[in-house]
Design a protein around this ligand. Structure first.
Ligand SMILES: Cc1cc2nc3c(=O)[nH]c(=O)nc-3n(C[C@H](O)[C@H](O)[C@H](O)COP(=O)(O)OP(=O)(O)OC[C@H]3O[C@@H](n4cnc5c(N)ncnc54)[C@H](O)[C@@H]3O)c2cc1C
Length: 409
């Protein structure tokens, strides 16, 4: 069976980046369609669901039913040190991504965007004046044409591949489980971060409380280039069974393990736009992720708005050259933050467990801790890292590791 639909803007993928892009394309006046491969928006969930107050504001949602609880700070733990960071007035929230994504989809629909589910885009080909998407459905094949296509189809983006675009510099491999996790009351609304080469080489492990019944999301990412084992599940299973704190607190899963991949860093300019094919990439497909924390929801929504607006304008005027403005705009907003984050990530990958101890011990000094609490920002971590670089002990440690890094390379 073959049908032919035509839209000004087609968004492939109904995650936060895609929903926001579709909302803004429709708002700008373009006929807009989201094509989503899964049977439901927001499922399956592959996310720890920790986002900032700023991200919630960026979502523009009135319905806040997706919030699990407020997170009041973080406790960072290395093998022998711990640092408790309170974040007064700068809230973060644990959210349910399935509900969050479906609220975003509804908001896009309210602006006029249409959504079709259970349709996987198989190919993207340029025709005369439009881009054709071939889609596989339960009943066979369909073809949909669009003046502009936005690839918001996640880290393994088919749209990027078909457009010959390679964005991410490297990837993290992640696993998570939701389960019973009994913390002391004093830490009940603090996210825990665990660093160390036997715990989560090249990244960190986390436990994010969900506000009730001692349930938490417990997970980790690894950077395979720096880990002895390439399967992150082996580390998670070991942490759950043997880590002195995690194993004591973890009382069993209430959901299965989920796994996912996170892109780290943008390779080079020009990889998120194909003017000749009328294609833009956004969200994980464009590596719009903070390399320091792995969070991509806020940047995905932020860049989704830009992509949707620019795609609609280009499509409605027929001037595809306008699409080049997209990369300029997102780079201006988050390009430097991502590039700085890549450097921090690379350094983190080669730190020893003793280095992590020294860093946490240094940061525990009152003045530094106060700076972290005042300037720490999960969406823009470079602000506080620049402060760290003024501390002589940390400069010395970093200098040693930069030399080590250059030799490791
Ligand atoms: C374990 C883990 C924990 C994380 N924790 C956090 C966190 O706490 N905070 C945070 O901000 N970020 C977190 N992230 C990152 C965050 O989940 C992503 O950055 C975010 O989901 C990216 O949104 P997106 O819209 O770009 O892509 P996605 O949310 O991945 O959505 C892409 C959509 O495209 C669809 N799709 C794919 N291919 C096709 C196709 N060919 N045709 C049609 N549809 C298609 C998919 O089904 C999917 O619905 C985490 C990631 C992982 C893996």
């Amino acid at each position: 069976m073959s049908t032919m639909l035509e839209y000004d803007v087609v968004v492939v993928g109904g995650g936060p980046a895609g929903c926001m892009a579709a909302k803004y394309a429709a708002k700008t006046g373009a006929s807009t369609l989201i094509i989503e491969a899964d049977t439901e928006i927001g499922k399956p969930v592959q996310c720890a669901g920790l986002i900032s107050q700023r991200a919630i504001e960026e979502s523009e949602t009135k319905d806040k039913s997706f919030i699990n609880c407020e997170i009041k700070g973080a406790i960072v733990r290395s093998q022998s040190q711990e640092l408790m960071i309170k974040s007064p007035g700068k809230s973060a929230f644990a959210i349910r991504r399935d509900i969050f994504d479906s609220v975003l989809a509804q908001e896009a629909q309210k602006e006029g965007a249409e959504i079709i589910l259970r349709r996987r885009v198989k190919s993207v080909a340029k025709g005369a004046g439009e881009t054709k998407l071939r889609i596989r459905t339960a009943n066979g094949k369909e073809e949909i044409s669009a003046r502009v296509v936005i690839g918001a189809d996640g880290v393994k983006s088919k749209v990027a591949k078909m457009a010959g675009l390679r964005v991410a510099k490297s990837f993290l491999n992640c696993v998570q489980v939701e389960g019973v996790y009994k913390t002391e009351d004093a830490f009940a609304d603090f996210a825990e971060i665990f660093v160390g080469n036997t715990i989560a080489p090249g990244f960190f492990a986390w436990a994010i409380p969900l506000g009730a019944e001692n349930i938490a999301r417990i997970g980790l990412c690894i950077d395979k280039r720096f880990s002895a084992q390439s399967n992150p599940l082996l580390y998670l299973k070991r942490n759950l069974a043997e880590h002195p704190l995690i194993a004591k607190r973890y009382k069993g899963a209430r959901s299965k393990f989920t796994a996912g991949t996170i892109p780290v860093g943008v390779r080079k300019r020009g990889q998120t736009v194909r003017v000749d094919k009328g294609i833009l990439l956004v969200g994980d497909a464009a590596a719009h992720v903070k390399p320091v924390t792995g969070g991509g929801v806020y940047y995905g929504m932020k860049c989704g708005k830009m992509a949707g607006e620019i795609a609609a304008k280009a499509s409605l005027t027929g001037d595809l050259k306008m699409l080049t403005a997209y990369e300029r705009r997102w780079r201006k907003e988050i390009g430097k933050e991502i590039a700085f984050g890549v450097k921090v990530h690379r350094l983190r990958c080669i730190l020893s467990d003793n280095d992590f101890d020294t860093i946490l011990q240094t940061l525990s000094q009152e003045a530094l801790l106060q700076q972290i609490q005042e300037k720490g920002d999960i969406d823009y971590p470079s602000i506080v890292f620049h402060e760290f670089l003024k501390n002589p002990r940390l400069i010395k440690l970093m200098a040693k590791n930069i030399i080590k890094y250059l030799y490791t390379k």
